[in-house]
Design a protein around this ligand. Sequence first.
Ligand code: ACO
Length: 311
Amino acid sequence: EMSPEARRFQERVDADIRIEPREWMPEAYRKTLIRQISQHAHSEIVGMLPEGNWITRAPNLERKAILLAKVQDEAGHGLYLYSAAETLGVSREELTRQLVTGEAKYSSIFNYPTLTWADIGVIGWLVDGAAIMNQIPLQRCSYGPYARAMIRVCKEESFHQRQGYASLMVLAKGSAEQKEMLQDALNRWWWPSLMMFGPPDAESVHSAQSARWKIKLFSNDELRQRFVDQTVPQAEYLGITLPDPDLRWNEERGHYDYGKIDWAEFQAVVAGNGPCNRQRMQSVNSAFYDGAWVREAAAAHATKTAERETQ
Ligand code: ACO
């Protein structure tokens, strides 16, 4: 039996009226949003690490400048999202603590290594491509601050996706070695990219409730299918082969069929046992502890400035 407040809340959600920070909301709605928005923020922050690996080794100055700007954008998205989470009553310190201690989840995809330069283009194309597929609908989700944050984030992500694809066009037209490097990167990133959308619908514990609250407008499997459908022609245009022998157009469904995803691999990565989980946590921790003096200095400066102003 729903309380009158809960009923009114659900009616507003059903009528596509945005929920704003100071309005009444069910505690479980608040908790779900804090969980999802903070996981999303952590993903942006940890997502800087695999790409940061290539800033010092980009093939030329132009590529380096682009990569630097892109990694900086990801930092901005993280900060934006932490602010959106803070409107729900959780502190930035608490969210940071959860990330640093390893209590918090972040996207499985960022636990894979970036072995060659082609990985950087493939991340732009596939990883940012998958991220946009999931985030475009979030622009219309029920929680105002999250929906609004997604508008800018999606604009920047689309640019990232395009630049990734453009850099792969160069490799695709290049030497035999460059083409081979591109194919190898695709082979390694394809399946993990499909896992980004989360477990199959039947095993997605939060989906039903999040759909009722219009936090999720499409299911994990729906978005995954859209991503496959969008990506196949792009791969054909590049002249490369997606590493899935079962991939074929299904006339009846009007979609591409694709092979079985290795969910055991996904579970292992989410549980902390992917190829780079430990390395990522170590980087997050050294950034946090090595940067402690900067935070202390900034806080001391802020205190002094405030004292001077009140004198
Ligand atoms: N990597 C790590 N954990 C995942 C992933 C993934 N790819 N997919 C699902 N999970 C986790 C969920 O966080 C949840 O764990 P929890 O209960 O401990 O919080 C669990 O698996 C069950 O999954 P679902 O019930 O499907 O969870 P949910 O309804 O939250 O859906 C999804 C998952 C689709 C990722 C959703 O949270 C979402 O849309 N998040 C916002 C987008 C985002 O975070 N993108 C990050 C990657 S893109 C980028 O940052 C560039």
